[in-house]
Write a protein that binds this ligand. Sequence first.
Ligand code: SAH
Length: 359
Amino acid sequence: MPDTAPAPEPTATDPLLPERLARAITLGGPIPVAQFMAAANAHYYGTRDPLGVAGDFITAPEISQVFGELIGLWLADLWDRAGRPKAHYVELGPGRGTLAKDALRAMAKAGLGPDVHFVETSSALRTAQAKAVPNAIWHENVTTLPDDAPLLIVANEFFDALPVYQLVRRAGAWHERLVACQDTIFLPIAGKPVPDEIVPAALRDAPAGSIIESSPASVAIVRALAKRLAAQGGAALIVDYGYEGPALGETLQAIKAHGFANPFDAPGDQDLTAHVDFATLAGMAEMSGAQVYGPVAQGDFLGLLGIAERTTALARAHPDRGPDLAEAHRRLTHPTEMGALFKALALLGTGWPQPAALG
Ligand code: SAH
């Protein structure tokens, strides 16, 4: 039969990634967990829009417009008190562009109209972002962001998607955790032992089976942002789920259709995430010259920014949406929902004022 049909587009269940990974592991040996996670997520985000009820997970800006609006007002207030300089809005991993759209609308009302720079590797999501914010400029990574003016940076649920390395404790030594495979079944194994000195002293004698995670990719980005803020001025707001480490424990998880799945199953077809170590990011940012505020719990942060008042005002203007607005408020702020596990951390440039709600 003549080959006239166009090559099929890769689909959400593209079988090629598991096969490619399995071949690489069979030829070259087991790979670090971070390498597995990076390959899986590059494929996952590159081939779909995972957000929303029909997707795999929902994020704060998709729950309520109030989230992005309050972040826009938080930035506009800082910018105002910094003397209203020319500035660039930057968002890392903007998803569907919803947060940016809501934040830019709120900032415009406060007299702030920056140009918009998105750091996004997924072509599928860039298409969605272009619909929400048509004038954006896209970047593959933070190195090409403009260097001529202060940066107003937002990263919501971005760092949790970046790869983590894992160490596992076995028979009196720490080992790097690797991913091996049998056909296209992937499983974690303990690799070669690593020197104890690379593990924080307080955690060295952990019981067998303990796991420690670290994310050099996250540290590298935070350090680059902190250096930019120190040199150019501006602010960064990082919101994500996480803890103040270093700590023992495995947080690597897979999310599929709003539930948890085995992270070593079906690489590229489910979202791999890990909790963010805010203490490490804060320490690294400080070392690179930024002033650091927080982390504070998302519920407290949004509460201090007036989420209750904004929800009441919106519900008064749109009585039909009252119950939905109240439910969104609860999901974003209640400690058993996103209010406590999610945290906000701010990095500020040299000479920039103290941010609202994070002092
Ligand atoms: N901030 C959005 C989306 C969160 S999902 C929201 O809150 O709804 C994670 C986002 O980060 C997606 O846009 C994904 O494509 C992007 N992303 C993941 N890894 C990335 C990387 N290494 N570099 C740039 N963007 C990345």
